[in-house]
Design a protein around this ligand. Structure first.
Ligand code: ZN
Length: 479
């Protein structure tokens, strides 16, 4: 995020900060897309936040959508409905388009940033980007604010006194604040700009609460040309005082949580067996996690077979699962970087690609004391350009049992059996219970067939002890 000197306006908003309250214990949860009974319910007294990631990859289109799931069913239901609607809209849109003639499919990507997160409130902004061919990406932001005490969504109007002309106040203040951006000054008489801050509800519908302040997000092109980006402006309770319901922003004020994170104990990985030259080798890799219940199940199975694997994690889930990252490392497995929020990197700018990688690595390093050594690009998608932006070896795969699609443990097991070979890298996902079920059989069978299950590092660095090259793609031992 880049701050304008006045500190009020933030122009670039692709990733932003996730200012989540570190005191909350949070875990991940996956929606079972093809499970008609819906995804498992949390006990209603569970105060934790879980992250739901809905990821799919079809021939013509693909999507990755993430949202926080909380203790309130009314929130979860709204999120689920909204995400379903987003996918439906996107699928409808895609059917009106011709088969993508470029190399990459159409894409929908929605990630979230949490602003306030207290016992009283959760304030979330969603960043949507849609790639529908050409060089053009559509971007939009959406916000949801929820009162956890009353179990109700917060509308902007709720913050203000009844019958007060708060929209006029916001509009006037927005004008002043936007004028602090030098590039905005020449747009003052532009109709676009005027229309974008007119005192109508629509213009201010994207808002969040953050430490006693009201934030308004403008859409791209709402108040100016593309170069202006999606500006955000902040209002203090003082500025809105005249029209604010008494104490309305103050009640959401939270003391600075500070660095509430516990210091994690020194990480000493367990010993693992040396590579057995008389055996065949495979590397199992697990993407899109960590997940609060599936990842531990997978770790238990791996331990039972003295097998070691590589987990390509998503940054936006990592921060909710520090304990799982620690366990992965302690048990002799390896952590790889699968980006922050699973966008197709080839649709991003250099800065965005680098941010997806470094933000995730920073999060990993905070927890385990070191960065991931490898990158697995979402959807396995790389081109010449992105390879140059990625300063790490790129690990793809040679065996893909499509576990995310079938969600059928028997089918996954049979596919692995059919495709596996000495030196293969196998792709699976540690966010689906059916994958953990399949793994039980896969590991028994690999043992019987004389395979040693090893980490990517062990598989790729055994033969000639070469170190892997940054920006080069590896998908098996021989490559
Ligand atoms: Zn993935």
């Amino acid at each position: 995020m880049r701050k304008i000197p006045v500190g009020l306006v933030i122009l670039t908003f692709f990733l932003g900060f996730l200012t989540s309250c570190q005191q909350a214990t949070v875990q991940g949860e996956e929606e079972q897309e093809q499970n008609k009974t819906g995804f498992p319910q949390l006990p209603s007294d569970d105060p934790r936040i879980h992250v739901v990631s809905k990821i799919a990859e079809y021939k013509n289109y693909q999507y990755a959508i993430h949202y926080p799931k909380i203790e309130a069913e009314i929130w979860n239901k709204e999120m689920k409905t909204w995400v379903k609607k987003k996918v439906q809209e996107f699928e409808d849109e895609v059917t009106t388009l011709s088969t993508p003639d470029q190399r990459w499919p159409y894409e929908l990507h929605i990630d979230f940033e949490i602003f306030d997160l207290t016992d009283e409130i959760i304030s979330v902004k969603f960043n949507e980007s849609k790639f529908l061919g050409g060089a053009h990406t559509e971007e939009r932001t959406f916000t949801y604010n929820f009162d956890r005490k009353d179990g109700k969504f917060i509308e902007l109007a709720h913050l203000f006194k009844e019958r007060s002309n708060y929209l006029k106040l916001l509009s006037d203040l927005a004008y002043e604040k936007l004028m602090d951006i030098p590039e905005m000054q020449e747009l003052v008489w532009d109709e676009h700009f005027q229309a974008g801050i007119d005192p109508v509800e629509n213009n201010f519908e994207s808002f969040a609460l953050n430490k006693g302040k009201l934030l308004i997000f403008f859409q791209r092109y709402q108040v100016g040309p593309n170069s202006i980006g999606s500006p955000m402006i902040e209002f203090t309770a003082e500025e809105l005082q005249a029209m604010l319901k008494s104490g309305q922003l103050d009640i959401f004020e939270q003391p600075d949580a500070g660095e509430g994170k516990e210091t994690l104990e020194q990480l000493v990985p367990e010993d693992k067996p040396a590579l057995d030259p008389n055996k065949k080798h495979v590397a199992l890799t697990f993407d899109d996690g960590p997940h609060n219940s599936v990842t531990p199940q997978i770790l238990d199975l791996l331990a039972k077979h003295d097998a070691h694997a590589t987990f390509f994690v998503l940054g936006n889930r990592v921060e909710f699962h520090p304990e799982l990252l620690v366990r992965i490392m302690k048990e002799g497995h390896e952590i790889g970087n699968h980006s922050w929020s699973h966008p197709q990197l080839t649709n991003l700018s250099e800065a965005e690609v680098k941010a997806q990688i470094s933000k995730t690595n920073d999060e990993i390093e905070k927890i385990i004391g070191e960065k991931a050594k490898f990158i697995r690009p979402p959807y396995g998608a790389v081109n010449e350009m992105t390879r140059q932006y990625i300063d790490f070896p790129i690990i793809n795969w040679t065996v893909d049992p499509k576990d995310w699609k079938s969600r059928d443990s028997e089918a996954v097991f049979l596919e692995v059996k059919k495709q596996v070979f000495d030196g293969a890298i196998i792709l699976m996902h540690d966010i689906y219970p059916s994958t953990a079920d399949a793994l039980a059989n896969v590991l028994v069978w690999l043992d019987e067939e004389g395979y040693q299950v090893v980490t990517v590092s062990d598989l790729l660095e055994t033969d000639d002890k070469h170190s892997l090259e940054a920006g080069k793609v590896y998908s098996s031992q021989s490559n």
